[in-house]
Design a protein around this ligand. Structure first.
Ligand code: ADP
Ligand code: MG
Length: 244
């Protein structure tokens, strides 16, 4: 497996950094850097520590951009007003930077802020959720479902124990009840199932290569007629042992 051998040092560096700070929750730029190494489709992004840096990043990425809080204390970013999408120019970047910092501080006074994550804006797609969770008995299992009410209310999800084959990945997608939404109903274009299967496959490789990953959530992934984008990514590590 040429791929994972090449990627080992860098992924390990990110994990060691989190460990050295006694964090199990990887920040979004850390998770997405790991995902990039595993050829998962993420958008262009930069971490900005100041408003000026954020503007520079946004100018480079191109407008509109998305701004998100980067904090080890904030796991659900939009719950605390930590995400602003569709930011259209430099003034809006400055304004958004201030708003996010103020919003997050309102929720927790001594919140640690590492910066603002500046990301390329992804056009709306059909929302799917891809995840991996460790079962104490079976090891890492992969999950696939459609986003929003499909997962939360209808629990319309499929599972497989990792590692999976590309055939398994296709099956996981086809067996959810909402599958017709992906093949195109009511004049909607069919979605790129292969792109989704590929994400499942790469996530399977990642969690198999790194058993230290306890949980991985891609929520949402936007699914398009051509391709897909992992819009949000959260990786949680195992609690570390004394011996590490
Ligand atoms: P959290 O789940 O921690 O609240 P997300 O990163 O999922 O934060 O962002 C919240 C929502 O904002 C997403 O569900 C998505 O609809 C939207 N969003 C986030 N990042 C982007 C992006 N790069 N492009 C377009 N929309 C985005
Ligand atoms: Mg999310």
């Amino acid at each position: 497996m040429k791929h994972s051998v090449n990627s080992m040092p860098k992924v390990n560096d990110i994990i060691s950094m989190a460990r050295s700070e006694k964090r199990t929750y990887l920040l979004e730029h850390e998770s997405k850097t790991i995902m990039k190494i595993y050829k998962l489709p993420v958008m262009q992004f930069t971490v900005a520590e100041t408003e000026d840096e954020a503007v520079k990043a946004a100018d480079t990425i191109g407008y509109p951009v998305v701004l998100k809080i980067l904090s080890p204390d904030v796991i659900h970013k939009s719950d605390v007003g930590g995400v602003i999408i569709n930011v259209k120019d430099a003034d809006e970047v400055r304004e958004g930077f201030k708003t996010i910092v103020a919003n997050v501080k309102k929720h927790k006074e001594n919140v640690q802020i590492r910066g603002i994550f500046v990301e390329e804006f992804a056009p709306k797609g059909v929302e799917v959720i891809i995840g991996a969770i460790k079962d104490p008995q079976f090891g890492p299992a992969l999950m696939f479902g459609l986003g929003g009410i499909f997962v939360e209310v209808l629990k319309d999800v499929s599972f497989r124990v990792a590692p999976i084959t590309s055939y398994d990945a296709q099956e996981m997608i086809q067996e959810i009840k909402g599958y017709p939404i992906l093949t195109g109903i009511r004049g909607q274009e069919a979605r790129d199932i292969k792109a989704l299967a590929n994400i499942l496959l790469q996530v399977s490789k990642l969690v198999t290569d790194y058993p230290v990953i306890n949980q991985l959530d891609l929520n949402p992934v936007f699914s398009y007629p051509k391709g897909a984008k992992c819009v949000d990514a959260r990786i949680i590590l195992e609690e570390s042992n004394e011996s590490e």
